[in-house]
Design a protein around this ligand. Sequence first.
Ligand SMILES: [Zn+2]
Length: 170
Amino acid sequence: MEVIIKRSSRRKKTIQARMVNGDMEVLAPANISDAALKDHVSRLRARLEKMSTSRDDGHLETRARYLNEKYFQGSLAWASITYSTRQEKRRGSCTYYKKTIRISHRLSRMPQWVEDYVIVHELAHLLEPNHGKHFKQLVRSYPMGERAIGFLLAMEILGELELPEGTGGR
Ligand SMILES: [Zn+2]
């Protein structure tokens, strides 16, 4: 990430940063000292980089462990949970016998509570391969489920889970 500094005599006090084509543009007052500016820039940079941190498979593993404790009394065990780019029409999948879970990479760009719902759904498949009554009971323990389904359906209608560019993520 390049840092482009633009000083302006019209700017009095505030320093502003924005992303321009992947570079950070810093708008600063003309009279600010180099030392003070350097300090500001490093903090702004850290904040921007944190915002664009992409979720990876390690993130999924961490979320799955947390959700397992919270909604399944830590009773579940899985072989792997990973993002997949081959789930074009699906949110996720779980192979009941191999205990492997795949989550659509598109979920990595969704709000955490939406991704969590999909993880809970796939975790529940470790116990119940079908979408029957028992399965629904398991999934219902996640309180944001209905809202997450609404969010996902809206996203799918708007363009098959494709979020607009610039929303961060992978
Ligand atoms: Zn399912």
